[in-house]
Design a protein around this ligand. Structure first.
Ligand SMILES: Cc1ncc(COP(=O)(O)O)c(C=O)c1O
Length: 345
């Protein structure tokens, strides 16, 4: 089997750099174990009288977890370059809105205008797909959150800050799960280096670690806390972004929007075609996730277009780890031309 592409990050000390005074982190922030835990802690603090408005194309697992703390409503936001359809957002005083930089392709201008027109509504921005974008760094929102392990090779981490300098909740509970994930990361790097390490053993540790971490509002683990200030985030992002753009070009896709787009989403004609492609990729050692499944029999947005798109999308795991040879191999595995993001309809 050739070198795998995608799946969980391994521990890679080559991305550590000398500590500098210019931390990319917001001056005042709290570091939770997970993004979902940070959101839960914040919502408990806010205890909104009204509802939490979520984008209709979003992680349903997170929505489900948050629905235990607050009542949920939905507004339309599709992965189609159309941005949030703010005319579908019916939020008033006492409500909270979650805005997201979906796949790191957005600028936040529409949200800034909306927030200025609705000063009574608390907006939380979710920057998980590009935690250090210009939008994230110049945010005007009441609060902002970013799950860090989606883009950075860390076992855990949910960053919470308040661009408006409001009071932040503190993490609570004992950190668990990140230790298992860290061991899995260490074993995976040994495996990648050719050691005789059992892949199923570190996969099991990763999965157990994720399971234990799920929704944790505990503080981030020791590794993330110590390593985050030392990570060469700029280089990680630069490499990932160059890879995404190169892959899109190799596949004949239109140029990808966003300063640091979050991997590469592709759309198939039907669910079956998408699922067949996922299987074909996995059989060739390419582990492509789906952002995000939306099952109409479980908690879902009620937005038919969002659910339909989620059944046809997959994410090519093009990130900072890919070498030029990986990109060529991935293009070869994909074979026939693929279609990119759906045009705005
Ligand atoms: C956009 C987005 N926000 C927040 C989260 C929650 O992050 P965590 O997995 O750290 O709880 C996720 C997780 O998938 C996500 O995709």
């Amino acid at each position: 089997m050739p070198r795998e592409i995608g799946s969980e990050f391994h521990w890679d000390p080559s991305y550590l750099t000398a500590a500098t005074d210019e931390s990319p982190l917001p001056a005042r922030h709290k570091l939770f174990a997970t993004g979902c835990g940070a959101l839960t802690a914040l919502l408990r603090q806010l205890a909104p009288r009204g509802r939490l408005h979520l984008p209709s194309y979003f992680c349903m697992g997170v929505a489900e977890a948050l629905s235990e703390t607050v009542r949920i409503s939905w507004y339309r936001h599709l992965p189609d370059a159309g941005g949030p359809r703010l005319e579908t957002l019916r939020a008033g005083q006492g409500d909270v809105v979650l805005a997201q930089n979906l796949f790191g392709r957005e600028t936040g201008e529409a949200w800034n205008a909306w927030m200025a027109a609705h000063p009574d509504v608390v907006v939380i921005e979710d920057h998980s797909h590009d935690p250090f974008s210009r939008w994230a760094r110049t945010s005007q929102a009441a609060y902002a959150v970013a799950s860090l392990r989606k883009t950075l090779p860390l076992p855990d981490g949910g960053l919470l800050w308040s661009p408006q300098e409001r009071a932040l909740p503190s993490p609570y509970g004992n950190p668990h799960g990140s230790d298992l994930k860290l061991v899995a990361m260490l074993l995976k790097s040994a495996w990648l280096a050719g050691s005789d390490v059992d892949k199923t053993a570190f996969r099991a540790l990763q999965q157990r670690g994720e399971h234990v971490l799920l929704g944790s509002a505990a503080p981030a683990g020791a590794l993330t806390t110590a390593i985050l200030p030392l990570l060469d985030i700029e280089r990680l992002q630069r490499t990932a972004t160059a890879n995404v753009r190169a892959m899109a070009e190799m596949l004949g896709m239109p140029p990808v929007k966003g300063t640091n787009p979050f991997r590469l989403q592709i759309l198939r004609e039907t669910r079956q075609e998408r699922d067949d492609l996922l299987g074909h990729l996995a059989a060739n050692g390419v582990y492509a996730p789906v952002h995000w499944r939306q099952d109409r029999t479980g908690l879902w947005s009620g937005d038919e277009q969002a659910a339909a798109l989620s059944s046809r999308m997959l994410t090519l795991p093009v990130d900072h780890r890919c070498t030029p040879a990986d990109l060529r191999r991935l293009a070869g595995v994909l074979g026939s031309p693929v279609r990119g993001e759906p045009a705005r309809r």
